[in-house]
Design a binder for this molecule. Structure first.
Ligand code: SME
Length: 158
């Protein structure tokens, strides 16, 4: 749950990080993950997975290392998002049958898809693990959807 005012600030600061055209896109995305990790309440782990063929490959992230560096489409919350072409909000991962465990501190999760700005194809996703049950709702999804759109445009331009 994120207030409208905080979401506005996070979105404009995310845009500012992505707009640093003189820096490599990889560095801007790493900074963005750290920024979201620090600013989104209850975010324990924040990362991007890129869709490569039928697999999701771990990209930049902030938080503890994860063993899930490669996730097949259809597996876990991340792979389900791609298979269903649908963002995922899991209030309590302990009740989720297709959850791939990363860190014991994770109690909830949100996955928001990143689409190619022109073709509309899925190019990746933002994945956030929360350290509280029910940490995320539609307000987080809306904010991350807007950030995903900015990420897609920044990559497309770079
Ligand atoms: N929990 C995810 C795996 C990725 S980690 O959260 C970083 C899943 O179920 O797909």
């Amino acid at each position: 749950m994120i207030s409208e005012g905080v979401a506005k600030t996070i979105l404009s600061e995310s845009e500012a990080i992505l707009a640093q055209a003189e820096r490599p896109i990889e560095n801007r995305l790493s900074d963005l993950m750290q920024f979201l990790h620090d600013r989104i309440p209850h975010a324990y782990w924040v990362g991007i997975y890129w869709l490569e063929g039928e697999e999701l490959k771990l990209g930049p992230y902030a938080g503890p290392p994860t063993e899930h560096t490669c996730i097949p489409v259809g597996r876990g919350v991340c792979g389900t998002a791609v298979a269903e072409r649908k963002d995922q909000i899991v209030a309590d991962v302990r009740t989720c049958t297709n959850y791939l465990a990363c860190n014991p501190e994770t109690l909830s999760e949100i996955v928001v898809l990143i689409y190619h700005p022109e073709s509309g194809d899925i190019i990746g996703q933002i994945d956030i693990d929360g350290n509280q049950v029910g940490a995320f709702d539609e307000s987080d999804r809306a904010l991350l959807g807007a950030i995903a759109d900015k990420i897609a445009h920044a990559i497309w331009r770079s």
